[in-house]
Ligand binder design. Structure first.
Ligand code: ZN
Length: 496
């Protein structure tokens, strides 16, 4: 920290600081930072200040941490009202010759667009996910070098690693699933991922860190999982693995691995540790779940110090949810959040998560707004093994967001966190600072990108992408048969 860098103070009606191990609200508070570091949170800072900003009727809090952040144009939304998913391109047809659907430039554009969308929503740290259903194989080293460059340019804090796999599922025309494996290719993907993590350490700013991201559990052979654990131990990095997400996975893991559940398989390969992120965790206990089996799995995850990454919006849309904040917490499992779909809105995810927790456990006291706010901040930081993000206190990184209570849409303000979670959404995030740099100012990007332009280009690209679905669907149906409109639609004669 050079003494010549300006000291900036931002005041607001509410400032969420951090004290005695938890968030702490300072009414009419202030946060003071210099370079990328917070130097004061509270009232009446007495030191020298260069720039003094009053945010007014707003909340200043830590930026959100999104550990399953879609950095892609969203293909899962296409299945929302178009089911069953396997008929609608959610599992490729066995007759499809895998190929790249996007050009490298289009893939890079998806990342540029998404990193900016995440920032606009107050997500300051993101661990990306993309769909590899429409890829020639999985993600690549070169693509992630570009992703790291884009993350640097946009100003987001990112945890990056190309997804790799040993195989993938395909469907026949009558909906029977099978797997296709190429173990060597999976191991080559792991080597590339390790090489990429080393590159980040040497050539990029401290905002960009690496992770291992083996794709879904059913597509990983035990050898790939064991070798991933060894590399993880070697590099001491985060490892994320989707598991316990859907019935196809549960059935496949059971059939391929002598009746094991996904968590039993992960554990037997040495993958559970305090650096492990487990998105979803909805279907515990394998194909034949019992109370005891589910209990044992929760104990395994908790004792290892692994983190659950809960994605409420995508889970609820698929009519599934993990079984209990209270239950997971009493097993010692840290809970973090992911957005995983559009909108990339952490606030909406906190609200939907709260509702789903209460409905699934049939208890109005099962989850509070504060529980989910913690998961979106402190929980995410803990999952990444970091104590300098997800909170605002002396010495923490200056990753902060300004949430607007002046908007009439936020309704009545009674408790700033509850009002934010249940009446707010990502569109109420007015300004975003990452690593001390203002990247969103009054809803406008300050990193040189233009959201209106990115939005229009994304829609064009999505139109082209949708046109590639027939070739991947079993029986190659026409596009309008795959995705039916909500109501009968008449085109303008001008377009006929
Ligand atoms: Zn996911």
């Amino acid at each position: 920290m050079s003494s010549s860098s300006p000291v900036i103070r931002r005041k607001a009606k509410y400032v969420v600081g951090y004290k005695d191990g938890d968030h702490h609200i300072y009414q009419d508070g202030e946060v003071v930072y210099q370079d990328n570091t917070v130097i004061f949170v509270g009232h009446d800072y007495e030191g020298h200040i260069d720039t003094d900003i009053d945010e007014g009727n707003a909340l200043i809090g830590p930026g959100f941490i999104d550990l399953d952040a879609i950095v892609d144009l969203d293909s899962t939304v296409l299945a929302f009202d178009n089911q069953p998913g396997w008929k609608k391109g959610r599992v490729p047809s066995k007759n499809w010759q895998r190929r790249e659907t996007y050009t490298p430039e289009q893939l890079a554009f998806n990342k540029l667009y998404s990193f900016n969308m995440l920032l606009m929503n107050g997500i300051t740290t993101a661990a990306p996910i993309t769909s590899i259903l429409y890829r020639e194989w999985a993600e690549t080293y070169d693509e992630f070098v570009t992703a790291a460059d884009i993350a640097e340019q946009t100003g987001i804090r990112a945890v990056l690693g190309p997804a790799y796999m040993s195989g993938y599922s395909v469907t026949s025309d009558d909906g029977k699933f099978s797997m296709r494996f190429n173990e060597e290719r999976g191991l080559a993907g792991l080597r590339d991922a390790a090489r990429f993590i080393s590159l980040l350490e040497n050539d990029y700013s401290s905002r960009i860190t690496g992770m291992l991201a083996p794709d879904r559990i059913e597509g990983c052979t035990p050898k790939l999982l064991r070798e991933s654990a060894a590399v993880r131990n070697d590099l001491d990095c985060t490892l994320r693995l989707h598991s316990c997400q859907g019935p196809l996975e549960v059935d496949m893991v059971d059939a391929l691995h002598d009746g094991k559940s996904s968590i039993e398989l992960i554990n037997s390969c040495g993958l559970l540790s305090n650096k492990t992120l487990l998105p979803h965790l909805q279907l515990l206990g394998g194909k034949n779940p019992t109370e005891d089996r589910v209990h044992d799995e929760l104990q395994l995850i908790g004792q290892a110090g692994a983190s659950a990454v809960i994605c409420p919006l995508v889970a609820g849309r698929h009519a599934k949810y993990f079984s209990g904040l209270t239950r997971f917490q009493s097993a010692g499992i840290n809970i973090a959040l992911g957005t995983d779909t559009y909108p990339v809105d952490m606030i909406q995810n906190m609200h939907v998560g709260c509702i789903l927790s209460r409905v699934t456990e049939q208890s109005i006291t099962e989850a509070s707004a504060a529980d989910y706010y913690r998961a979106a901040t402190i929980g995410g930081a803990k999952a990444l093994g970091r104590e300098d993000i997800g909170r605002l206190c002396r010495g923490s990184k200056a990753d902060l967001i300004v949430f607007d209570f002046a908007s009439p849409f936020t309704g009545q303000l009674f408790d700033p966190i509850t009002t934010l979670v249940i009446n707010g959404n990502g569109r109420d995030v007015r300004s975003v600072i990452v690593d001390g740099i203002l990247v969103v100012d009054n809803h406008k990007l300050k990193n040189g990108n233009d959201m209106a332009h990115l939005h229009a280009k994304a829609q064009d690209q999505y139109q082209t992408f949708m046109g590639t679905f027939p070739e991947r669907c079993p029986g190659t149906p026409a596009l309008d048969e795959i995705f039916q409109p909500s109501f009968r639609t008449t085109q303008s004669p001008a377009n006929a």
